[in-house]
Structures are given as C-alpha cells and as structure tokens.
Design a protein around this ligand. Structure first.
Ligand code: SF4
Ligand code: SF4
Length: 738
C-alpha cells in the first residue's frame, strides 16, 4: 500500500487509504453484521426486561417515588442519575483510585467513540449526501478541525490506556478476595467460577488491545508519510511513529505493516461491538441505565407489592428495574465484602444472589453469555434449570433469604445502584406464604397478629414499665401533648430495656417536655414484619396504629426503636401519617445542646455504634455524635462507622430467628472491633442493639473490659440534677411582660 503523496501537504488524512473497493465492501458488510448482532443483543435484553411486571400501574420503568424524604435523599431524578454516571462518583466513593481509573476509561472510551462517530459523519454521511445536494463532496475533516480532532482524541486514547492499565495492574497484583468470586457457600452439585475471571480479563484485554492498536496504526501512518509537521498535533500517534522508527520500522516497512494492523484493529473493534450485549461489557449499558432509574429511597420505603400477590415465584414477578439491575452488576464484590450475613458465615452473599438470579433469568430467556457466568457440572442445578424452577426456595435457598438482616449495607456500597433488599423481601414473601420459615419467626408473627407485639404479651401490659416512675405519663388520647412517644415492643416489654425507657421518660419529664403515650393502643409498628415478608400483617398494623394516632392530639412523634422510626417516617406517610417523626437521640441532642438539660461533663473515651436503620437508612449520624461530645466524652470511632457501620445482626426480623448456624454472630464481630480500640464504653441508640451487644460482651469474653451503654444512660449519668429544679422553676415562671 502506498499513501497519496499529496496527503502530506494538506492537514488531513485519507480514510481507507490504500484500501480497494473490495476491502471497503468487506468492511461495510462486516459492520452491518456487527451492528445487527449488537442490536439483537439489546433487543433480547430489553425483551427480557419487558417480561417483568410494571413497577406501578401504567409505568414500565421509573425513577419511581417522587415524594421527598428530608435529609435522606434528594428527589430521585434522571438528571441526578446522569450526573452520577458522568462523574462515576459511586465508584470512587470508597475506592478513590479505582474510581479515578474507571473515570479515565469511561471518558476515554466515550471520547474514542465520539471520534469514530465524527469520522463516520464526515465520510459516510456527508461524503455521500453532499454530492447529491451541492454537486461536490463536502468534508470538515481537514485543517484546524483535523488538528484539534487529533489532539483531543489522542488525549482520550491515552487516558483510556492509563485507566485500563491501572485496573489490570490492580486486579493482577492485589488479588483481592472480593474479586475471586468464591461463593459464600458451595452448593452440593459443585460449581466453577473460573469463567467469571476469564470474562473479566477478556474484557480488559480487549479494551487495552483496541486502545493500543489504534495508536500503533496512527504511528505507522505518520511514519509512512514521513512525519509531516502538522501531524505533531496527533501527538501520541506521532510519538508512536517515532517509536516505530526507533525500532527499525521505516516508512517503507510501515507501508507494508499498516494494512495488516489496520485490519486486525478493525476486526477486533467490530468483534468488541458485537460482544458487548452478551458479556461483562454489557455493564457499559446496563449500569448507567440502572443508575439513571435508581430510586435511592426504595429500600427505606419498600414498594408495595401488587395487591393479593403472594411474593416472587417467577421471572414475571420481577420489575423491569430489578431485571435491569441484575444486568448492571459488575461483580465488583463490594456488597459481598460488607455483608454481615456473609461475614458471619451465613449462606448469603448479595453479589452471589444477584449473579444467581441473573444467570437463572438469562437461561430462561435463552440469552447467550460469553464467559461471564458460573459453570455447573449437571443440568439439574437451579441455575441450569429452564424456567420451571421457583426462584424463592430453589434458585435462592430459603436459608440464604432468611439470613439477610436488611441492613442495607449492600445497597449503600453498590456503585451501580442495585437494590438487593426489596428483591430479597419479595422472595421472602413467597416463603412466608408457603410457611417456609423458622418456628420462632412463625410464633413471633402469630404473637404480633394476636397481641400486637412479638412477645405475645397482653396489650394491657404495654405500659406496665411506667409503674416505677414517680410521675404519670399523660395519655395522649385524652390530653394534648407536644410529643407522642411511640415506645416500641422491646423498650416496652423486655425486662432489660424497661429501665432504659424509664430513664428516658424521667429525662423528658424533668426537662419539662410535654409528651404522652398511646398506652394499650400502640401496636408493633410493623417495620420488621414487613421486612420478613408479611405484608398483610404489616398493613393491619399500620391501619391499627394510624387509627390510634388519630385519637391523639400531638405535634411530633418520638420513637425509641430506629426500625420503628424508619417505617413511621418513610412508609406510614404513604398510608396517611402527616406528622414529623424524631428519634429519641435527636431530641436528647437538642435538649443538651440548647442547655435545657444541665450537664456535668463526663469525660472518658467511648465508641458509638450507628444502628443501620438510624444511620444508614435515615442519615441520623451527626446528632448522636454531637450529643456524646456535648456530654464531655471523647468519641473514638470504630473503623466501620457512620453509613459504613456494621449490623448487629438483629434487623429484618433476624431477632426472631435461630442464629445457631452462624460461625460468628455479627454482634460478636462488631464487639471485637470495638474492643480493639481500647475503649471501655460502647454506646448504642437502639433497644435491640442494647440487647444484642450486651450478649456479645459476654459471648466474646469481654465482661469487665467493655460496658454497653444506651445513649440515654449516658445523658442520665451526665445530668446535673442540682440544677434541674431551678431550671423547672425558671420554665414555670411567667413570661416577663414588656
Ligand atoms: S441487606 Fe445486609 S445482610 Fe442483607 S444482603 Fe445486604 S448486606 Fe447482606
Ligand atoms: S451488586 Fe453492586 S456491589 Fe455487589 S457485586 Fe454487583 S455491582 Fe458490586
């Protein structure tokens, strides 16, 4: 092949330089085939999403709820999703170097895609249309445009190479367990996940080869043209040309090598495009799409299932958004790593759950997958089954589903916006429907249905804990109060926790707060009932509690239990509740920091455990910390803190289930983390946490070394009682008149 010598005199390059008509025809033929394969893959995927049920009547896909959840999240919106995609911010959130590398690949790849598109617009569209319209060929691919085009898109290629090299180097050298795809448990029929790794490497090598060969071709072309001065704008290609020259490939040899390498690059590029929808590369489309339609409030406020629907059994039960989410998973392993169930030795990994569902769905839809799936030796396993297998129970084992604490750590860390928890709960609903559950859970649900509390105690005993108080808490159904205290089952009935309730009542009383109770009219709020999958019972509880609340005259609800806080704040509004809801730690913080509660600084070092349903779910992170510091304690953070807190293991109804199969309870794992800090006080702000961690202190042999203290006890210890009566007197004094 020889290059047109006049080309060295003008600032452009000839497309298909030296390629004959046959070669061009082959190129276009292959391009059509490639594009057809690509769109076939896309159609198969979209058809699969269409098999799901609409998330809401008349809506196929949505950034669903539009109501705002103050402080938790801004309104979900497409614009916000696009911004997340553009900045890759969810990828860099806890892994900045990975995030930066991915950002380079992302924008580098988009840049190169844009470069190809621009060239095609000029050569294929304008080049063919313009003679028909104006009688001669019009092109903008020369002069300053050409120079700028090359300078900019050379930069895109270089950053894409740097990013890909970083990701490859990291994968090869770090050997991170989260990327080795070892299952949280080994199914009896065996498995092999080698293909996952092969798929990852194939993807990375293909990208790298595409980027690098692009520059090698540019270098040959510039070498062949004897390095025209204007090609210095093609700075990386120019340098590569110099490199060719340095290793003995002069213009003559370059002219021979150029077409071979060009064809190699073109065939690889076409193969890559065809491979995208059938491989790991599919995440290039599915992950951004999932982020754009992601609803960050979905786990906090579970979507209501279709009325009368008994939970997920088949592919048709999943929403299109859930099916898209399965495709969006990049297998990064972040959810696998943070999952307390997996850490405790339970047969649950949120990553494996997503990958199993994906493989199961793709098999049913007959979507071929290049490497990126698990191999099973027999055709009998659930992942090899062909559609008739029930998802809850067969594809995903019951114990896997019941192991989830609904802590939301997986949802929080997932960089592509997958919502594992709502899907797990929908599958649990099926297990509940057929009675596949622990006897202890069954009994707790029966107790709640019959008595309104999981302990099975009479409703009349709900306020029995107030008996030890030297004052009477008003009945909010009979007299107006400012705060309605929704105490919750554990803080009302559990012997170990009733003292904490009395302490809180005493503090509120002495601070002059107007508060009252619903007494026997209060029922379990239903947060955990809903999360074990008993939607019908949840709705009954909501109905009862709303009727009870309607009898009371109050401004704001206070809750003790963060789980109650979550459902009252995020889910009850959909059923008609229109009052603000606060957690007792927030109210105490206001009282202490405003000086309404006089304090004598405590001193000492403490650590604080963020309850999942308070911190991660509802972003109440600063108030408890400000309170602890306001009490004069020095807060020493555990490595896993704030939204990265580690679950105690009690959430999602796990507190009602057997945990004897665990290798190590999450609460024990957490207690060891706290003990390693060298502090002796473990502060909690949740009744369940108090019970779980008090047990963990004993079972980990840390009695005497660590004391579990509820934040209300800390306030009580710091209270300057001598100043309380004067404070009350001051509050009782009439307002001075002007
Ligand atoms: S919610 Fe928590 S326990 Fe459940 S899968 Fe996610 S990380 Fe694991
Ligand atoms: S579900 Fe999300 S966090 Fe988990 S492996 Fe997939 S992409 Fe990563």
């Amino acid at each position: 092949m020889t290059l047109d010598p006049t080309l060295a005199l003008v600032e452009t390059r000839k497309v298909f330089a030296g390629e004959g008509t046959v070669a061009q025809a082959v190129f276009y033929g292959l391009s059509v085939l490639t594009i057809a394969t690509f769109f076939t893959g896309i159609v198969l995927r979209v058809r699969k999403y269409g098999r799901g049920r609409p998330a809401r009547e008349g809506r196929w896909m949505r950034p669903s709820h539009r109501e705002d959840v103050p402080e938790v999240t801004t309104k979900p919106s497409f614009a916000k999703g696009f911004w997340t995609v553009a900045t890759n911010r969810t990828i860099s959130r806890d892994q900045p170097s990975v995030g930066m590398a991915h950002l380079l690949v992302f924008w580098g790849f988009l840049g190169l895609f844009a470069a190809t598109t621009i060239l095609s617009l000029d050569y294929d569209i304008l080049g063919n249309v313009s003679p028909l319209l104006v009688g001669h060929t019009v092109s903008f691919f020369h002069g300053p445009f050409y120079l700028a085009y090359n300078a900019v898109f050379n930069l895109a290629g270089v950053i894409a190479i740097l990013g890909t090299a970083h990701l490859m180097g990291r994968r090869a050298s770090h050997k991170e367990p989260r990327l080795d795809y070892t299952r949280a448990f080994k199914p009896e029929e065996g498995y092999s996940r080698k293909r996952f790794m092969q798929g990852d490497w194939l993807f990375l090598w293909l990208l790298m080869a595409l980027f690098v060969t692009g520059f090698l071709i540019q270098g040959l072309r510039i070498d062949e043209a004897h390095f025209p001065g204007f090609e210095r704008w093609t700075w990386m290609g120019y340098l590569t040309g110099l490199g060719w020259n340095a290793v003995g490939v002069g213009p003559h040899l370059a002219a021979h090598v150029h077409p071979w390498l060009w064809w190699f690059h073109i065939l690889m590029a076409l193969a890559f495009v065809a491979y995208v929808p059938f491989s790991k590369a599919n995440h290039m489309i599915a992950s951004p799409a999932n982020l754009v339609v992601n609803d960050p409030a979905n786990t906090r406020r579970l979507p209501s299932p279709p009325s009368g629907h008994p939970g997920y059994t088949s592919l048709a039960d999943f929403t299109p958004k859930e099916l898209l989410g399965l495709d969006a998973c990049t297998k990064c392993g972040r959810c696998h790593y943070v999952c307390p169930a997996r850490t405790a030795g339970a047969p649950l990994s949120p990553r494996d759950l997503i990958l199993d569902l994906r493989q199961w769905v793709n098999r049913q839809e007959h979507i071929p997958v290049v490497l990126d799936q698990e191999e099973r030796p027999a055709a009998t396993g659930p992942l090899a089954a062909n559609g008739s297998t029930a998802v809850a129970g067969d594809v995903i084992a019951p114990l896997t589903l019941w192991s989830c604490t609904t802590c939301m750590a997986c949802v929080e860390v997932c960089p592509v916006g997958i919502e594992h928890v709502p899907s797990i709960i929908q599958m649990r609903r099926k297990l509940v429907d057929e009675g596949t559950m622990d006897a202890t859970l069954q009994s707790a649900l029966q107790n709640i249905a019959q008595q309104g509390n999981s302990m099975g105690k009479s409703a009349r005993m709900r306020a029995r804990w107030t008996k030890g108080l030297d004052f009477t808490i008003p009945d909010a159904r009979k007299e107006p109060v400012e705060y309605l205290w929704f105490v919750g089952d554990f803080a009302s009935f559990d012997d170990r926790l009733q003292g904490l309730s009395r302490t809180l009542a005493g503090i509120l009383h002495h601070a002059g707060i107007s508060f009252g109770l619903l007494y026997e009219d209060e029922r379990n709020s239903g947060n955990d009932v809903r999360r074990v999958g008993e939607e019908g019972l949840f709705e009954m509880l909501v109905e009862h509690n709303l009727a009870a609340l309607a009898k009371a005259d109050f401004q704001t609800i206070i809750t003790t239990d963060p789980h109650t806080y979550n459902t009252l704040r995020n889910e009850y509004p959909s059923y008609g509740l229109d009052k603000p809801v606060r957690h007792y730690s927030e109210v105490l913080t206001d009282l202490v920091l405003s000086g309404r509660l006089p304090i004598k600084p405590l001193g000492g070092h403490v650590t604080y455990h963020d309850p999942c349903y308070l911190g991660r779910y509802n972003r109440v992170l600063d108030a408890p910390r400000a309170l602890i510091e306001g009490l004069g304690c020095e807060l020493v953070e555990m490595p896993r803190n704030r939204t990265g807190s580690f679950c105690c293991g009690a959430g999602g109804g796990r507190i009602w289930m057997d945990d004897s199969f665990l290798e190590e309870r999450p609460s024990e794992n957490r207690m060891k983390e706290a003990v390693a800090l060298g502090v002796d006080t473990f502060v909690v702000a949740c009744p369940k946490d108090f019970a779980m961690f008090s047990d963990a202190v004993k079972t980990t042999g840390n009695e005497g070394k660590m004391t579990v203290v509820d934040i209300v006890q800390l306030v009580d210890r710091a209270l300057d009682r001598d100043r309380l009566p004067s404070l009350q007197a001051a509050q009782a004094a009439p307002e001075p008149t002007a």
